[in-house]
Each structure stands twice: as C-alpha cells, then as structure tokens.
Design a protein around this ligand. Structure first.
Ligand code: KIV
Ligand code: ZN
Length: 525
C-alpha cells in the first residue's frame, strides 16, 4: 500500500467558511483532536493576515507534538518572516507559500507576466530555504492555468528547494477525469517531481472535491489537502473523512492508504461541527447520522442476516458505536476523571470541576450517562470557558396552549454583576432570546437554529446550534442540556459572547489594513 499524506486545513481554509471563525482555545482543542486522529499535517492558520491567526499558529506550533504544523504565507519577504516567526517553534514546521499561476489571476490580480511569476517563485522559495528545508509551494488557481506553465513554476520551486508542490483546484472548476489528466501531465512535465511530494487541494464548488482528490491519488499524488466535514471557503474543501474511508474501504482499487486512526473520525467531526456552528447533514457520507441507518425492510432483513449485505464500512471503524453506558448519579470524581482519561479528554483543574458539576446536575435528571453524553457535557463546558462576557445563571419559561410564552433570565457579566430581565415572545425560545436581548442589548438577527438529540430516549441531552448575524458578520453558538430551552439559552449566550469578543471582526479589520500587501494571496485562497 502506498502511503498518502493527509494535510488537514480545517483550521486555515476550513475556518475561512462564512461564520466558521474559531477562538484560539477552540483551535487548540481541534488541533489536539486532529493530532489524535493522526493526520500528517495540521495547517494552523495564515499568520500574516491577522494577529489572531499569528497567535494561534504560535500556540499550536508550541503545543502539538508528533504532527507537522503548517502555516500559509504569501511570497513577499515580510510575509514569510512573520509566518516563520509564528511557526518556528513547531517540532516539524512546514512553511507553505502560495502564488497564482492562472492568466485570469495574473492579469486581474497579480498584474504580472508569467516570467515574473517564475522569478518570484524562485526568489521566495530560496528565501524560505534559509530558514527551513520543509517548504510547500502552491500554484493558486492551477486548474485554470496553462499546465505547461504550472509545470515550469513547479520545476523552479523544486530547484530552489521546495519539498512539496501543491496543485490546487482553487475555484472547484475541474472534473475528475480532467483533473486526473492534469495531475498526470504535471508528473510528466515537472523536473525533479520524483524527489518531492506532489499534493492536491480541491474545492467543492461543483461537488467534485473528493472525486478530484481521489482521481489525483490514482495518478500518483502523495498528499491530499482536506478538511473535517468538508468545511471551507464557499462550498468548502474536500471532506477528509470521505477521502480517508474511500482509501480504506477500497484499498483493492486505490492500492493506497493513510496512517489515520479512523475511529476518531466521528468525534472529530462533532467537535468541528459544534465549534464552527455548522451542522452536519444527516445524509453526509461517512459521518452523517443516517450514514449507517437502514430504513428499508429489505435492507433491515439483509442486515439482520449478515451486516455486509448492505454495509460497506463497519460503523465502529469511524467511531460510530453504540455508546457504552458508563456513569450515573452516584459516580464520584475519581470514576469521572478515569472515564475522561480513557476517552482521551484532557481538562485543566477548573474545567474538570465545572465539568464534574455539570455532569452531576445532568445525572440527576438523566438515568444513564453515555460516552456521547459526556462528550457533549465537556464540549459545552469548554464553550462556556471560552471568552465569557456573560454567563447564564438562571432561565425560567412559562408556556402552553392559550398562554403567552414568557421567559425570565438571570445572566452574570464578567465583572461579577448579575442582571435579570423578562420578556414575552412568539414562542418559548423567542421569549428567552428577547429576555437575553434586554440584558445584552447588541443588535443581531437569528439566521439559523437547529436542535438535535445526542442519544435516543426521552431524557436525551439536546444540542442546540445557532447562527446570528450582526454587522454583516456571522457568529455561531452551541449549547447542550437535557432541557432544550436551557440549551437554547446557552447557545445564544455563547454566540453573543463570540460577537462581544469581536471574533471575526479583528479578522476583517486586519484583512482591510493588510489588503494592499496581501491582496494577491488572499483572493480565492
Ligand atoms: O484554494 C487554494 O488555492 C488554497 C491555496 C492556498 C492552497 O487554499
Ligand atoms: Zn483552498
């Protein structure tokens, strides 16, 4: 089996998804989980574009072990210097530089001739080579470029010292057969390609990102760039879980595999979905809630006789298992800590105490606490721990047929002051949100609201994911509780806290201030 490297860009390209902004703590949590998943590379950010990204790359470089950490840079020296400053603390840093190669980008954005692009490539890679020998070079908009020209640019990059060359379908334009052919031409026409890793990076504008990535692997690509749940700019990037499981399930066809620990896929998917506020559709391949649900009588009959009649993957292989029943209301701190450790969940002392209290409170209302419940409780606590301007102290709702839904809330602000207010609403959730609005008082619009249950049963924990819009920016929020009105209140406060922390604002402001210098690098990336 040939080894295909998995370059995860959830924290860079994925985070560029509208409304997908993450806090630095969330990035670290996701980074740790990606390391547990055993991806080969974690692209942690684009340091030159924002101080937030700079800090995140610096932190993840320092904290993550046993995995390569990459950061994206433009080709200018000041951009490379800043990127290296953020990245150099990593165990195995990978500096990723990008230059456009399509005539469309050259004419309208870069305003350079093809020959200059080759010179700029050589100069940038040579400049990076003084700092590190682990360099990835990407040709932006490669699939709409002259392939012979991309091969010439790659040849120059390799001669100057690049160790990986990346062929992106930046705008998701290519079709699988065509993409495979382009990759073959790159292999045939690039000098020195046999000494470096050939990578691809596909976007999903026409729904072909995964198929294109797999077509490239068949033509010899040794690295694919992808994101958890396929999150990313516009329609997103190639979905990591789909590529990994296609290779694992069809090893007979691809003769290639990754070193991923696929049992971590479901948990990683949930973590990213919750932190980014992007709900995974039930029919999503591999990790959707219906991916292993058999509804037709004929299929159920087959499944009962032999699982493989209608199942090509074992759900246990992607981490979708019947959660084991573990703890209940009589369980103590010791059992709780032991269970978290066995689930690979690491918490600091304060976080642990808060999580234990939340567990006890929920265990009072729910007979059995499964692994999935625990995961939801922990994630909820982590959400609450991140930049809390307001915290929910109390919510009470009165509703029913023929009555006017009325909610009372008590919130605590970070200066310790408690604020109470009440409101009526068109429904109970609306009443809660109106009451919270009376305290927090930040104009915004609720654009998405979804509730799902963590496990089955009437006493299941409900998870609420929402999105709010303010000043043309989108903020997500997440909450979990056996009472969905409490979960709804938590989700709204979580989203408001992100809004108040300016998450997303800083990014845009820096983009504006760096626009002139970084315009070329930012567009379409
Ligand atoms: O889509 C793109 O071209 C990119 C590059 C930076 C690889 O994200
Ligand atoms: Zn991209």
């Amino acid at each position: 089996m040939r080894h295909v490297r998995i370059f995860d860009t959830t924290l860079r390209d994925g985070e560029q998804a509208a409304g997908g902004a993450l806090t630095i703590d969330e990035k670290l949590e996701i980074g740790r989980q990606l390391a547990r998943l055993k991806v080969d590379v974690i692209e942690a950010g684009f340091p030159f574009t924002s101080p937030g990204d700079f800090k995140a790359v610096e932190l993840l470089s320092r904290e993550l072990k046993g995995v390569e950490v990459a950061a994206l840079s433009g080709f200018k020296r000041e951009q490379i210097d800043a990127t290296w400053e953020a990245l150099s603390g990593a165990e195995r840093p990978l500096l990723h530089i990008v230059i456009s190669t399509s005539d469309i980008h050259l004419e309208h954005q870069l305003r350079e001739r093809r020959e200059s692009v080759i010179d700029m490539t050589r100069e940038a890679v040579t400049y990076v080579r003084d700092k590190t020998d682990h360099i990835e070079f990407s040709a932006m908009d490669a699939t709409r470029s002259d392939i012979g020209f991309v091969a010439d640019v790659f040849s120059a990059a390799i001669e100057a010292g690049a160790s990986i060359v990346n062929f992106p379908d930046t705008v998701g334009y290519a079709q699988p057969e065509e993409f495979g052919l382009m990759v073959r031409q790159i292999v045939e026409q690039t000098q020195g390609i046999e000494d470096v890793v050939l990578s691809v990076h596909c976007h999903d504008d026409l729904g072909q990102a995964v198929s294109n990535s797999l077509a490239a692997i068949s033509e010899g690509a040794a690295q694919v760039e992808c994101t958890i749940n396929g999150v990313g700019e516009r329609a997103g990037n190639a979905a990591l879980e789909e590529i990994v499981m296609a290779l694992r399930t069809r090893g007979d066809y691809f003769k290639a595999d990754t070193r991923l620990s696929s049992v971590e896929l479901a948990r990683t998917s949930r973590l990213v979905s919750n932190y980014m506020g992007m709900v995974v559709p039930p029919n999503k391949a591999v990790i959707g809630s219906n991916a292993f649900a058999h509804a037709s009588g004929l299929h159920q009959d087959g499944m009962l006789k032999e699982r493989t009649t209608y199942e090509i993957m074992d759900p246990a292989d992607v981490g979708v298992e019947e959660s084991s029943i573990v703890l209940g209301k009589t369980s103590g701190r010791h059992a709780f800590r032991d269970k978290l450790e066995r689930m690979g969940l690491e918490l600091g002392e304060t976080e642990f105490s808060n999580a234990f209290n939340a567990f006890k409170e929920i265990a009072d209302r729910k007979k059995t606490i499964t692994d999935r419940d625990l995961e939801a409780i922990i994630q909820n606590e982590q959400h609450r721990a991140f930049h809390q301007t307001f915290e929910l102290v109390h919510v009470q709702v009165s509703t029913g047929t023929g009555s006017m839904p009325t909610a009372t809330v008590k919130l605590r602000s970070d200066d310790g002051v408690e604020h109470s207010d009440a409101s009526i609403g068109t429904g109970p959730v609306d009443a809660v949100y109106q009451a919270i609005n009376r305290v927090v008082n930040v104009p915004n619009r609720l654009t998405e609201f979804s509730v799902s249950s963590v496990t089955e049963g009437i006493d299941a924990i409900g998870e609420v994911t929402i999105r709010i819009e303010s000043d043309a920016k989108v903020f997500s929020g997440h909450g979990a509780d056996t009472d969905i009105l409490v979960a709804s209140a938590q989700a709204y406060i979580n989203a408001l806290n992100r809004l108040l922390a300016g998450l997303g604002k800083e990014w845009t402001a820096t983009l504006e201030s760096n626009a002139a210098a970084a315009a070329v690098e930012l567009s379409g990336v």
